[in-house]
Write a protein that binds this ligand. Structure first.
Ligand code: NAP
Length: 314
C-alpha cells in the first residue's frame, strides 16, 4: 500500500482541482494507493507542496504495473512492426511519402510503379492484368499475407468533357478506377489471411465537389469513395477495414505545373481556409493513421486532407 500525504500550508489556489484530480488518478492508476491530504479542497497550498505532490503522482504513474501495460498497449497501437504493406505508385509524390511513413512506423513496404528500379518492389503497370497477376504471385510467394494495401497510383486529365476523347476517358477509368477495384478484389484473400487487413484508397476532394479538374477524373474518384464504403461493409466480417483519404492540392510532380504558377497558386490558397497547399507527408501521415491499429474502429471513412477546403462555404 502506498500512502501519500502532504502538509497543507498556504498560497496556491489550485487545491480543489489538485485534490480531486490526484484522488482520481490514484484510484485509476493504483487502487491500493491512499491519497491523504490534511487540507480541505478549499484550502490553499504552498507552491513547494504543490510541486512535491506532482512529483509523487508522476512517480506513481511511472512505477505502476497497470500503466506499463497501458504504455505497451499504446505503443502497439502506434506501431506497424511486423506488418506487410503494398503501396502502388510509390516512386514519387504521395505514394513515395506514404511508403516512407509506413516504413518509419515499422512496416515492411513493397513499392510498385511503372518505372520501379532497385529492391523492395517491382515494376508493375496497375492497369495491365498480366502485371497485376505477376505482382499478386510475388506477394503471395514472398509474404503469403498482406496487412496493408495502399491504392495510390493515379493520374489526372483536366480536359473538359466536350474536349475529351474516348481514350482520355478510358485511360482515367482504367488507372484511377478499374485498377483499384481489381487490386482490392485480388488481394482480398491475403488481407483476410492476416486477420486485420487495412485498405487505404487515395481519392480526391474532386469526388465531392466541383474543383475544375475534369468530370471524368471526378467520376473515377467518386466511384472509389463509394467502393470504399461498400467494401467496408462487405468485408468487415473478414476483419478488413477499408478507408480512403481525399487530398486537395498537394505539392507533387502531378501538380507541379499548377502550383508553380503563382496566379493559380494564389487562387487555390484563397479557397483554402489554411491558406496553403499540402505536402505529400501530410497525406502520408493520414494514410499511416488509417493503417495503424490506432484506427482499428474506423472503416468506410473518406478522410479529407485539404486544409479545410471542403468545409469552406463562403
Ligand atoms: N497531388 C495532388 O494534389 C492530388 C490531389 C488529390 C488526389 N491525388 C491523388 O493522389 C494519388 C497520387 O498522386 P500524386 O500527386 O502523388 O501523383 P504523381 O506525383 O504523378 O505520382 C503518381 C505515382 O503513380 C505511379 N503511376 C502512375 N500510373 C501508374 C500505372 N499505370 N501503374 C503503376 N503506377 C503508376 C507513378 O509512377 P510511374 O509513373 O513510374 O508509374 C507515381 O509513382 C493519385 O491517385 C491522385 O489522383 C493527388
Amino acid at each position: 500500500m502506498l500512502r501519500i500525504s502532504f502538509e497543507s500550508t498556504k498560497i496556491f489556489p489550485l487545491s480543489l482541482v489538485l485534490t480531486t484530480a490526484s484522488t482520481a488518478l490514484c484510484q485509476v492508476l493504483r487502487p491500493d494507493t491512499i491519497f491523504q491530504t490534511n487540507h480541505s479542497p478549499n484550502d490553499e497550498i504552498s507552491y513547494p507542496n504543490f510541486l512535491h505532490l506532482l512529483r509523487e503522482l508522476i512517480n506513481i504513474f511511472l512505477t505502476n504495473p497497470q500503466n506499463e501495460n497501458t504504455q505497451r498497449k499504446m505503443s502497439d497501437h502506434w506501431s506497424l512492426k511486423g506488418k506487410k504493406a503494398l503501396v502502388t505508385g510509390a516512386s514519387k509524390g504521395i505514394g513515395k511519402a506514404a511508403a516512407g511513413e509506413l516504413e518509419s512506423l515499422g512496416a515492411e513496404v513493397f513499392r510498385v510503379s511503372r518505372d520501379f528500379r532497385g529492391t523492395g518492389g517491382m515494376k508493375c503497370d496497375v492497369t495491365v492484368e498480366k502485371d497485376r497477376k505477376k505482382l499478386f504471385e510475388r506477394i503471395s510467394n514472398d509474404w503469403g499475407k498482406l496487412d496493408i494495401l495502399v491504392n495510390n497510383a493515379g493520374t489526372n486529365n483536366r480536359k473538359h468533357i466536350l474536349d475529351s476523347s474516348p481514350q482520355d476517358y478510358s485511360e482515367l477509368v482504367d488507372l484511377n478506377m478499374t485498377s483499384v477495384f481489381e487490386f482490392c478484389r485480388m488481394f482480398h484473400p491475403l488481407l483476410k489471411k492476416c486477420g486485420h487487413g487495412s485498405i487505404i484508397n487515395v481519392t480526391s476532394v474532386a469526388a465531392q465537389t466541383s474543383v475544375g479538374t475534369g468530370a471524368a477524373y471526378a467520376m473515377t474518384k467518386s466511384a472509389i469513395d463509394q467502393l470504399t464504403r461498400y467494401l467496408s461493409v462487405e468485408w468487415a466480417k473478414d476483419n478488413i477495414r477499408v478507408n480512403a483519404v481525399a487530398p486537395w492540392y498537394i505539392r507533387t510532380p502531378l501538380t507541379s505545373k499548377y502550383v508553380t504558377n503563382d496566379e493559380f497558386l494564389q487562387r487555390i490558397c484563397s479557397r483554402t481556409p489554411m491558406g496553403r497547399i499540402g505536402e505529400p507527408d501530410e497525406v502520408a501521415s493520414a494514410i499511416a493513421f488509417l493503417a495503424l491499429p490506432a484506427s482499428s474502429y474506423i472503416t468506410g471513412e473518406v478522410l479529407a486532407v485539404d486544409g479545410g477546403f471542403l468545409k469552406y462555404g463562403f
